[in-house]
Ligand binder design. Structure first.
Ligand code: AMP
Length: 285
């Protein structure tokens, strides 16, 4: 496995791979790997001739007062784990390599960036789209793999690819969870023992929504009301940013299930203590 820090170097590598007829897969990450990250690498490895994993804690997607400085990092461990998965290249540029002095170009998928997580984190998706487009331009992969854990991010990136006529395929991959249902996240590290135990409530509430809808409930405002009450009763949940039902493709809000709907997205973001966690589930109707 090659570890590459500079844009010119990874570009040279993937240009050669493409000339040799290899299919290049990209998994973009902020590092501190868990099984969710590794599942994307496995999928890329299975479907592509060569796999590039980027590790870059992207300053542009963190707002003022967010956890950029304390975001967990362990580069050596990440490299070992990626190598074990058969990853071919780690691309881990510095912030200066990605954003040279005077940097001034940003990409924004309008509307979609302003709802759900975008409402609570203004500028977040602008930072994500900018770095992801830069990585696409630098690595020039045939396919890029993203987790459904960050469902809104996945929809936004697919939209960016379509709107800007980017020549690659975006692949969504299922959420990997702990035994109690908590979605794996690098930020789970921030949770205290008691917070960790209570964090599974997010997945449980999504499960409850599924059950209520499965039981024939069509009024989603009612489902949302029950769930918000349950979340607010838990003393470890400091704040609920949203618990929404949305169209799986367009992210439009759905308040009542109509006959033509065959599936909906239930998605939530909530603060467990000082840690903001997100989770979602696609519910078949
Ligand atoms: P991050 O390092 O948090 O930016 O995540 C890098 C990639 O891994 C993104 O595409 C995430 O959606 C994906 N990912 C993170 N957690 C999970 C998970 N629990 N299951 C599946 N994919 C995940």
């Amino acid at each position: 496995m090659k570890i590459i820090k500079r844009v010119v170097d990874i570009r040279k590598e993937t240009e050669t791979l493409r000339k040799d007829g290899k299919i290049v897969g990209l998994v973009s990450t902020m590092g501190y790997f868990h099984d969710g990250h590794l599942s994307l690498m496995r999928r890329a490895k299975k479907e592509c001739g060569k796999t590039v994993v980027s590790i870059f804690v992207n300053p542009a997607q963190f707002g003022p007062g967010e956890d950029l400085k304390k975001y967990p990092r362990n580069f050596r461990r990440d490299c070992k784990l990626a190598e074990k998965e058969g990853v071919d290249y780690i691309f881990s540029p510095s912030a200066e390599e990605m954003y040279k002095p005077g940097y001034g170009t940003f990409v924004e998928v309008e509307t979609l960036s302003k709802i759900m997580c975008g409402r609570a984190r203004p500028g977040h998706f602008r930072g994500v789209c900018t770095v992801v487009l830069k990585l696409f331009n630098i690595v020039n992969p045939h396919r890029a793999y993203f987790g459904e854990k960050d469902y809104q991010q996945l929809v936004i990136i697919k939209k960016m690819v379509k709107d800007l006529n980017l020549n690659l395929e975006i692949k969504g991959c299922p959420i990997i969870r702990e035994k109690d249902g908590l979605a794996l996240s690098s930020r789970n590290k921030y949770l205290s023992g008691e917070e960790r135990e209570n964090a599974a409530i997010l997945n449980k509430c999504l499960e409850t929504a599924r059950e209520m809808i499965g039981g024939g409930e069509r009024n989603l405002e009612k489902v949302k009301g029950c769930i918000l009450e349950r979340l607010r009763k838990n003393r470890f949940i400091k704040k609920v940013d949203y618990f929404d039902f949305r169209n799986t493709a367009t992210l439009e809000e759905i308040k009542k299930i109509k006959k033509e709907q065959d599936k909906i997205l239930a998605a939530t973001a909530a603060w467990v203590g000082n840690t903001r966690l997100i989770d979602n589930k696609i519910i078949k109707v």
